[in-house]
Ligand binder design. Structure first.
Ligand code: SF4
Ligand code: SF4
Ligand code: SF4
Length: 246
């Protein structure tokens, strides 16, 4: 039986999510043995426009990106956004809070006129996206789960509960108790609350749960005199494109 043909693409990004795939460990490599990788600029020089599944990393940061992304969408049976730049616009959306001409000159100096730019956006602001693998960077286990599900013809089950649940399971002391602020009550779980476990707090890299205003974890915020809107206003690192953060 012919293996599904898989291609990887990138737009504006640090390429850290593709690196997570390249650094796959043995069991995950077995997953990739079940597919034919036909395009993966970061890992191989071959290229093909004939593929079934496209994994796309990065945000759309200029008008000319749109045509390329639409071409990928037209070729792919399934398009998966890879990492928070692709799923949310992510860190690249920080520039959206500044004048675009100002940031263009800041980055490119006297060569600015040679480079186009426009407000950053996630892939689904330009084309339909079938599935999202969240995180900055993505979690390799979650990537493997999504690939396995797609190979079985199933929809991958992406978590839709907050990081606080995993944080409590990890028996962390809540950072609010230490006078810090945290995006955990409104952020989609799947990372095991690793940042809190490592001594920091959640920055919200996996994006918001589907309805943060309705989630019971808002009680964590209320206990500390905060609302969902207060916390979204404090964190724009990853959720800048989201209307709810504006
Ligand atoms: S989501 Fe994070 S790790 Fe992945 S490409 Fe964007 S900045 Fe890099
Ligand atoms: S608010 Fe942050 S530190 Fe507190 S339980 Fe939730 S994820 Fe953990
Ligand atoms: S704890 Fe928050 S910032 Fe850290 S990986 Fe998880 S979702 Fe991302």
């Amino acid at each position: 039986m012919e293996k599904p043909r898989v291609a990887f693409f990138d737009f504006a990004s640090c390429e850290g999510c593709q690196l997570q795939v390249i650094n796959l460990e043995e069991d995950l490599l077995k997953v990739l043995e079940a597919v034919d990788v036909v395009t993966f600029r970061e890992a191989m020089k071959e290229h093909s426009d004939n593929y079934d599944i496209a994994f796309v990393e990065g945000a759309i940061t200029r008008k000319s990106d749109e045509e390329r992304l639409k071409g990928i969408r037209a070729n792919a049976g399934v398009l998966v956004a890879l990492g928070s730049c692709a799923t949310l616009g992510g860190i690249t959306c920080l520039k959206n809070f500044h004048d675009q001409e100002y940031v263009r000159k800041l980055v490119y100096g006297d060569k600015a006129s040679h480079y186009e730019t426009y407000p950053s956006r996630p892939l689904n602001a330009v084309v339909p996206v079938d599935f999202k693998i969240h995180g900055c960077p993505i979690n390799r286990d979650e990537f493997a789960m999504v690939v396995k599900a797609l190979l079985l013809g199933k929809n991958p089950e992406i978590n839709n509960f907050p990081v606080c649940v995993e944080c409590k399971m990890a028996e962390n002391i809540c950072v609010f108790e230490k006078g810090m602020t945290c995006m955990g009550p409104v952020t989609r779980a799947g990372c095991g609350a690793c940042c809190v476990t490592e001594g920091s707090f959640c920055w919200g890299c996996r994006g918001l749960v589907d309805d943060p205003n309705a989630d019971s974890q808002r009680e964590v915020l209320a206990t500390h005199g905060l609302s969902v809107q207060d916390i979204l206003g404090s964190f724009r690192l990853y959720t800048g494109f989201s209307e709810v953060a504006k």
